[in-house]
Design a binder for this molecule. Structure first.
Ligand SMILES: Nc1nc2c(c(=O)[nH]1)N[C@H]1C(S)=C(S)[C@@H](COP(=O)(O)OP(=O)(O)OC[C@H]3O[C@@H](n4cnc5c(=O)[nH]c(N)nc54)[C@H](O)[C@@H]3O)O[C@H]1N2
Ligand SMILES: Nc1nc2c(c(=O)[nH]1)N[C@H]1C(S)=C(S)[C@@H](COP(=O)(O)OP(=O)(O)OC[C@H]3O[C@@H](n4cnc5c(=O)[nH]c(N)nc54)[C@H](O)[C@@H]3O)O[C@H]1N2
Ligand SMILES: [Mo]
Length: 656
């Protein structure tokens, strides 16, 4: 960071960082402009118009805090602590600013808590059902792979720093296969692109395992010593011939045969996956089944083998966020758990007792990032709901607030940053004082605790003290000096000894635990509602990330971001467009029972018949018509893991 006279003027990446090699992505290479953006919220704001209208007046901190404390006390006195709901997503992903002192403050209030997540908890819980551990393979080991499967992840867009490692592996002879219902920019660069119909991957994997078992390509010793339930799995996959799966997935049976044999024999074979494929009704099953593939072939044994998803849980051993939970603040009270992803349902459920009457939102933009936005908005418009938002910008969510607190950004606060894509812990030093009256989340929660009249010292712990109480077994001096430190176990080849994280230490090809929860004990394909289709809404709509300059909905409203991406559109194949009399660029209405969007048509060869795609991340306010695709998406839960099935959404498209 270059700072002149207390003003940040330039930011660059650290070329010594082993993963990023100093490359800033298009999301953050204009970060300094974001910090000093004229649109930034720099003082507390109090609503000065109708709810949702977005009209506010500046207020002092003491006025805003007093109002929030008064409303919160009133609500708790009337309905009990569980009437308060804190809703926080990832924000800047720092240890302190993502989730720390808030846990203590809301425990002290006895508030409700959220369960599940928009991101990652399905992949994690699906994977864990097989492997018993949330940890998966170090992504950087991909350089040693001979066969790379990028399964439901758009690496070149969403995880671009991994791409050079993939290129390096390819230069050493690795083959790169992409499995995705969309021919993404990553698929464009693959050696082989496999395009199953959305949500049918589990059928594809069952057929792969059919071939692997039938052709005796399992690692028999590994399976015998380190797994449970092989016979039950074999019985399930026996019926999944490549021909059967081919019909379900819309791909060729011969391709399934080849894929299975190549995957099993080209060792080490590495599967890389992320989040996109979890956003489905059967998302957890997809990840559970995927974890069986390297288990049957024993590819975990090799550096360059295994399966890699988000690796945040590697940090837990060294960055212990459980120190933020202080039991006695709860005074033995139970906490009511409400589903994180279904905020609209929670806020509009009239049978909920007590109903949520005070909502705190920070680190997230749920009006745009949760599914079924109309329901979220309806809930936020309730007259008897008091909404507090901490934000950097007047987002579509902040517009519904009664009080907004101005939030600091990364370069204005100290934090440590665990990663989800590599195994280096980052040190985030404050480079400048916060702009205006902005404060880090931790400081907001200390001020709120004071305003509430609470006195427990745990509610006021300093940032430095919180950091030092959470870090273990790391060289802090090195961390501060270099800006990053590798996790001590970074070279571990996960599960290479065949010891998994389950109670028995064996991978669960059959899981009694799943069975006891009423779920299928062995990997099982269940057709999703979107695969079944509907006469009224016959098209499956996918809504992945598609813009290099957006981070979900963050950045997209800023001049160097949204305007430099082509606006939102509905992408479809030529035959689906022709059937509807739509040409490229024509205005189309994308409709279902939840909402409607007016979008230009983009005809492409990236999608199969029956599947359309609309990019995620645009704000409502940025467009004449809504740019928010979550107006249409399904808020149905995933099979387990508490996620949401954004991609199991059905729509119809009409000429506008
Ligand atoms: N540029 C950019 N980068 C980002 C983000 C961003 O918004 N913009 N967001 C960040 C965040 S929060 C996350 S979680 C990661 C996500 O990283 P990814 O998981 O790589 O990204 P997604 O776009 O969610 O989904 C990836 C792919 O999943 C595919 N998919 C959907 N359904 C299925 C299915 O049934 N089977 C298969 N095989 N594939 C399926 C989609 O077509 C999509 O191409 O990206 C991070 N990086
Ligand atoms: N249709 C569809 N919907 C999706 C997805 C999809 O692929 N398709 N992806 C899902 C995924 S994977 C994710 S992760 C979620 C993301 O969902 P969210 O986390 O809600 O998304 P963001 O748009 O990143 O919003 C983060 C907000 O936090 C604010 N913020 C950042 N740092 C701080 C801070 O330190 N303090 C405070 N108070 N605020 C801060 C930013 O200004 C921004 O407005 O969206 C999900 N929704
Ligand atoms: Mo995410």
């Amino acid at each position: 960071m270059t700072v002149e006279g207390g003003v940040a003027v330039k930011m660059r990446g650290n070329p010594a960082h082993p993963y990023s090699a100093g490359e800033l992505c298009p999301k953050v290479n204009h970060f300094v402009e974001r910090v000093y953006s004229p649109q930034r919220i720099t003082t507390p704001l109090v609503r000065d118009g109708a709810k949702g209208e977005g009209v506010f007046r500046a207020a002092t901190w003491s006025e805003a805090l007093a109002l929030v404390a008064q409303k919160t006390h009133e609500a708790i006195n009337k309905h009990g602590g569980e009437t308060v709901l804190p809703w926080s997503s990832a924000g800047n992903q720092g240890l302190l600013q993502m989730s720390s002192l808030d846990r203590r403050l809301f425990a002290r209030m006895g508030s409700s808590v959220t369960t599940g997540a928009l991101c990652g908890s399905v992949a994690k819980n699906g994977f864990m059902a097989t492997a018993g551990s949330a940890r998966s393979t170090n992504p950087m080991h991909i350089v040693d792979a001979k066969y790379i499967v990028l399964w439901g992840t758009n690496t070149r867009l969403t995880n671009r720093h991994l791409w050079p490692f993939i290129e390096e592996a390819r230069s050493k002879g690795a083959k790169v296969v992409v499995v995705d219902p969309i021919r993404t920019i990553t698929a464009d660069e693959a050696d082989w692109f496999i395009q199953p119909f959305p949500g049918t991957d589990t059928a594809l994997m069952l057929a792969m395992m059919h071939v692997i078992i039938r052709d005796e390509l399992c690692d028999d010793d590994f399976v015998a010593q380190h797994t449970e339930g092989f016979a039950e799995l074999a019985a399930e996959v026996a019926a999944w011939t490549p021909a059967r799966a081919a019909a379900e997935c819309g791909i060729l049976a011969g391709d399934i045969e080849t894929f299975a044999r190549e995957y099993a024999t080209a060792q080490p074979a590495f599967i890389r996956t992320m989040i996109g494929a979890e956003h489905r009704e059967n998302g957890a099953m997809l990840f559970r089944t995927m974890a069986c593939l390297p288990t049957l072939t024993g590819s975990w044994k090799h550096r360059g083998g295994g399966l890699s998803r988000s690796v945040g849980s590697w940090f837990n051993e060294y960055v212990d966020s459980s120190v933020f939970d202080v039991e006695h603040l709860l005074q033995g009270k139970p906490r009511r758990a409400l589903p994180f992803t279904q905020l609209g349902q929670v806020l509009t459920d009239t049978s909920l007792t007590p109903s949520v009457t005070v909502l705190y939102v920070w680190n997230g933009n749920p009006v745009l990032t949760c599914p079924n936005s109309a329901l979220t908005r309806k809930g936020l418009l309730r007259d008897d709901l008091f909404t507090v938002v901490s934000e950097q910008f007047l987002t579509d969510t902040a517009k519904y607030a009664d009080v907004i607190f101005p939030a600091a950004m990364q370069i204005e606060q100290r934090d440590v940053v665990p990663a989800w894509g590599h195994l280096y812990l980052g040190w985030n030093e404050a480079a400048i004082a916060p702009v205006g009256e902005c404060v880090p989340n931790t400081e907001l929660f200390r001020r709120l605790a004071t305003a509430m009249g609470y006195t427990e010292p745990e509610l006021f712990e300093s940032d430095d003290s919180l950091i030092s109480s959470a870090l273990h077994g790391l060289d802090i001096e090195q961390l501060q000096r270099d800006g990053f430190v590798p996790l001590p176990n970074i070279d571990e080849v996960l599960f290479s000894d065949g010891i998994f994280g389950t109670a028995s230490g064996k991978a669960q090809l059959m899981s009694k635990d799943l069975a006891s929860r009423g779920l299928p004990s062995v990997p099982t394909y269940m057709q999703s509602s979107s695969r079944k289709g509907s006469a009224e809404f016959p098209l499956v709509m996918l809504t992945p990330k598609q813009h290099t300059r957006f981070l979900n909905t963050s950045y997209s409203h800023l001049p160097q971001h949204g305007p430099r991406e082509e606006g939102p559109y509905v992408e479809m194949c030529a035959s689906d467009a022709a059937e509807r009399g739509l040409d490229s660029g024509a205005a189309a209405r994308v409709v279902n029972e939840r909402g409607e969007m007016l979008l230009p048509v983009k005809i492409s060869t990236r999608l199969p018949e029956g599947v359309v795609a609309v990019p995620f991340g645009w704000w409502d306010a940025s467009l004449v018509n809504s740019g928010n695709v979550n107006d249409l998406t399904s808020d149905a839960h995933t099979d387990w893991g508490g996620g949401v099935s954004f991609h199991d959404t059905l729509v119809q498209v009409f000429s506008a």
